[in-house]
Design a protein around this ligand. Sequence first.
Ligand code: SF4
Ligand code: SF4
Length: 196
Amino acid sequence: MSDNLLTPELSARLAALYQRMETAYDQVAGELAFSCSGCPDNCCDSFFMHHTVSEWSYLWQGLAALNSDHRAQIRGRAERYLAGAAAAIARNERPQLLCPLNEQGLCTLYAHRLMICRMHGVPSAVTRPDGQKQTFPGCYRCQELTEGREAVPEVERTEHYRELAELERELLTAVQWRGGRVKMTIAEMILAGPPK
Ligand code: SF4
Ligand code: SF4
């Protein structure tokens, strides 16, 4: 029996949601003629926390499919990442360390990367449950492209967030989750093993 909490049905739903996020992103990127190619930066060194058991489980579906040597290398990088992040935080700095899943500039688990990894870059907006609209201008390179434009296309994230929250609620209810609120880096998710 699989030790991954996601049923095939929930897993397929999350994959389909990720695909819709990607399509929405690509549409806006296409309208802006924006791409990451040639960028001197690498956003995979941004420090983010992730909050869903479903995404953690899905990430582990990808990790579980790697061979054990490859997984051990990733674990080693995750341990170094955590040590580096703790040292930066102790200096009152925001950690800026390459994600342990990045190899030679590319994501090893591209199909299993998390929502935040799929969103960064182009402008986007989300309407919170209280009706407040939050907007994100995109990365600095994208802002250079949109500067001075009257109408800037943006990815509407509200429905994506709502669907992920619903999927998460269903999963936590089905497994009677007792693990509390998730607030973890990808390195922590790697070292913790799949959620149980
Ligand atoms: S999961 Fe992949 S895309 Fe996301 S930060 Fe890590 S290497 Fe980059
Ligand atoms: S999202 Fe922006 S800053 Fe990040 S790699 Fe792409 S172009 Fe560069």
